[in-house]
Design a protein around this ligand. Structure first.
Ligand SMILES: *Cc1c(COP(=O)(O)O)cnc(C)c1O
Length: 365
């Protein structure tokens, strides 16, 4: 029998969360962001549900080709654009749209032999200061692309740095939205500006929305709002079982470094899950976890292959009892990945991307 740890990808939850994005932006095309192998879920595993989206957005040519191999004929957007002039040939062959965020990318398009017809997303740096043209250079970049026979369409694009919160006392996106609107004024073409946080929190004119994390059942603005608030459902469940039970006496310790010490008689369970499965080693004593569907806490340091849980609220737990590291239990109890992430000093994004290759995945329809 294989080690009991496994991850479940829930198709019904993906379908549901996509519908939440659609309901929030009824006039927009909803692109599913599937970068980082669909936020750790596996592109092929989310495709059955997310093929109901209007398009896909991702980073690598290799991931784009995997989506084409699944039979997808709709739009695919490369969020970081092409990395070399050579990539433009792949964009033609696989009909990929791509971001243009740098002058050298415009030069590559200019030198690319016609009759290529590219659909480009011209990216404005409205304050994130990662990718994109400064507002002062944006209109010139647009004019230059607009004049090229190799360019079939230009979508105005920007990415918000603060759509999940506030910046300097004002709603996080106001200042970026102002800059964007002023800069594109009078230029034709559709817009793509909203990520998950903007979709849920800010009704904006975004012809194409780029929904990522919300599709995967994590709230972009946790802890201000939870997935229950946004009516999102967990799409990934990391499940395992108890391998052993230990009865501790006062002053007994648990795990490497003896970082946890019992202050009373305590029953603990040993779970087949460790940092080599992608569970964060930094997750401290007290990180929430489900045993037999009951919420309890981890105790002691996470080791490579195991971690320990306090069985006080689940006295009936035994070897073989189900453990949910995050997601849904078989009985329907849920532990939001956001709760685990906050306890571990990170975000749901990182936890779902971190599940390692040794964890087998199951697709649940
Ligand atoms: C990752 C990404 C998104 C999706 O963001 P979420 O917060 O996961 O919705 C949208 N746009 C760009 C440019 C991205 O890189």
């Amino acid at each position: 029998m294989p080690r009991p740890i496994h991850a479940v990808v829930h198709q019904d939850a993906l379908t549901h969360n996509l519908q939440v994005a659609r309901n929030a932006t009824p006039d927009s095309q909803v692109f599913a962001v599937v970068k980082a192998n669909a936020y750790g879920h596996g592109i092929e595993r989310v495709y059955p549900a997310l093929s109901a989206a209007d398009g896909f957005a991702l980073l690598d040519l290799a991931e784009a080709k995997r989506i084409r191999a699944l039979g997808w004929t709709g739009p695919i957007l490369l969020l970081e654009g092409v990395f070399s002039p050579q990539d433009l040939y792949d964009c033609t062959q696989d009909q990929l749209s791509f971001t243009v965020h740098h002058l050298s990318q415009i030069e590559w398009i200019e030198r690319h032999p016609a009759p290529a017809q590219f659909h480009v997303y011209l990216k404005m740096n409205s304050g994130m200061n990662r990718l994109g043209f400064q507002p002062a250079a944006y209109r010139e970049a647009w004019q230059r692309l607009h004049a090229l026979p190799q360019v079939a369409s230009i979508t105005h694009m920007t990415h918000f740095s603060d759509a999940d919160g506030n910046r300097f006392g004002e709603s996080g996106i106001n200042y970026q939205q102002r800059i964007f609107e002023q800069t594109v004024e009078g230029l034709a073409g559709p817009r793509s500006i909203s990520n998950s946080a903007a979709i849920l929190r800010h009704p904006l004119h975004s012809d194409v929305v780029r929904s990522g994390i919300m599709l995967y059942g994590s709230a972009p603005d946790y802890p201000a709002h939870s997935i229950d608030h946004w009516t999102l459902k967990p799409t990934m469940s990391l499940r395992s079982e108890l391998l052993a039970i230990q009865d501790l006496q006062p002053n007994d310790t648990v795990g490497y470094g003896s970082s946890f010490m019992a202050d009373r008689p305590l029953k603990i369970g040993i779970v087949a899950c460790g940092y080599a499965d992608g569970y964060q080693r930094i997750s401290p004593t007290g990180t929430p976890i489900l045993v037999d569907g009951v919420r309890t806490r981890t105790v002691g340091r996470v080791s490579m292959d195991m971690l320990a849980v306090d069985l006080t609220p689940v006295p009936q737990a035994a070897v073989g009892s189900e453990v949910v590291l995050w997601g849904r239990s078989k009985t329907g109890a849920t532990l939001s990945i956001d709760d685990v992430a906050v306890a571990s000093g990170t975000v749901g994004y990182e936890l779902m991307c971190a599940v390692t290759a040794r964890v087998p995945f199951i697709i649940q329809t």
